[in-house]
Design a protein around this ligand. Structure first.
Ligand code: TRP
Ligand code: SF4
Length: 332
């Protein structure tokens, strides 16, 4: 074995990924590939917990997400890239762990009520949805992951997984699992073009797959400092979404220059946007070209995920052999 610490993370296939996904998680996942033994997976079963009525969007979303991942540099030679439902052991571990999971623990996970409120248009009074954190715990402990790179919003799920590991060990008097640690890395705040958090559901997202013209249009619409009404008004970059984008795409010198010039009206927003747009286009072009190479080659794309899923499965099968034995399910 490699002696490297193991990392696992996943994402629900909900469509094309956007800049928020990239700067919030993916760059980090890419960086981690050299130092850690990384497992990254498409959480298609989790997509069903909220999207069980619209299952036709799952398959195209899986392909889109895999394309985005490979385009930004997730590398199947370095990492195990797989699809959750192609490793059926996830479902089995979810079921076996459900035997020792107190209902109250699930009901108390804050995302349960939060999401039900956020997605009020869907009926989420389902067992599968309640069990979301349990399935996530199964995903993580299956691979004995040391670290799980996630955003703040997932911390309660990580805590749930840790508590469940302790309970499993306590009840069974056997130590099979590893208590996973969250890995919080400082992520850039990526506002959407309207200034709210970038999110597909807000309609304010710029996607990794967007072409030059779309990026240009969306950035031209992006809200700047709302207090800067006229060209001669000084601006405040700290509240400007374009400035947030400058920090992602422009050189340090440019960022410092924009910061200075904006504050004494030395630069206008249109000029400032144009500079930012050019830098953004240059940043995304190679990634988009890499992504486009997969269009029409979905079979090959899925073959990569198939191979990754087989590698993941080797680990999963080992874990399940122990778990079945520990839980009294061995008869010969
Ligand atoms: N809940 C995660 C999200 O919404 C996705 C996920 C499922 C996950 N299983 C996981 C993340 C295991 C990390 C580890 O982003
Ligand atoms: Fe934003 Fe640039 Fe306009 Fe300043 S000049 S408000 S940083 S777009």
């Amino acid at each position: 074995m490699t002696g490297k610490k193991r990392i696992l993370s996943g994402n629900r296939p909900t469509g094309k990924l956007h800049w928020g996904h990239y700067f919030g998680a993916l760059t980090n996942w890419v960086r981690l590939q050299d130092e850690y033994d990384c497992f990254y997976f498409v959480a298609d079963l989790h997509a069903l917990t909220t999207g069980y009525e619209h299952t036709d969007v799952i398959a195209p979303s899986v392909a889109d997400m895999l394309k985005d991942w490979l385009a930004v540099g997730l590398d199947p030679k370095k990492s195990v890239i797989f699809i959750q439902s192609w490793v059926p052991e996830h479902s089995e571990l979810h079921l076996l762990l459900s035997m020792i999971t107190p209902l109250g623990w699930l009901e108390r996970v804050p995302s349960f009520k939060d999401m039900q409120q956020q997605l009020a248009d869907r009926d989420l009074n389902m067992y599968g949805f309640l069990g979301y954190p349990l399935l996530q715990a199964a995903d993580i402990v299956m691979y004995l992951a040391d670290f799980v790179p996630v955003g703040e919003d997932q911390l309660s799920h990580l805590e749930f997984a840790r508590e469940l590991v302790r309970r499993f060990h306590f009840i069974t008097k056997r130590e099979v699992f590893v208590e996973p640690q969250p890995m919080l890395t400082e992520a850039a705040r990526v506002p959407g073009i309207d200034g709210r958090k970038m999110s597909k559901s807000f309609g304010n997202a710029i996607f990794i797959a967007d072409d030059d013209e779309t990026i240009r249009q969306k950035m031209m619409q992006t809200i700047t400092d709302p207090a800067r009404k006229r060209r001669q008004d000084p601006g405040n970059p700290d509240v400007c979404n374009i400035f947030a984008y400058h920090k992602l795409f422009s050189s340090k010198e440019q960022v410092a220059w924009v910061d200075r010039e904006c504050r004494h009206a030395g630069i206008g927003c249109v000029e400032c946007k144009k500079i930012c747009i050019e830098n953004a286009l240059a940043f995304w072009r190679p990634i988009r070209e890499k992504r486009a190479q997969w269009d029409g080659r979905e079979k090959e794309l899925l073959a990569i995920a198939r191979e990754g899923s087989q590698r993941a499965r080797e680990v999963a099968v080992k874990t399940m052999t122990s778990v079945r034995e520990i839980m009294g399910l061995v008869y010969e």
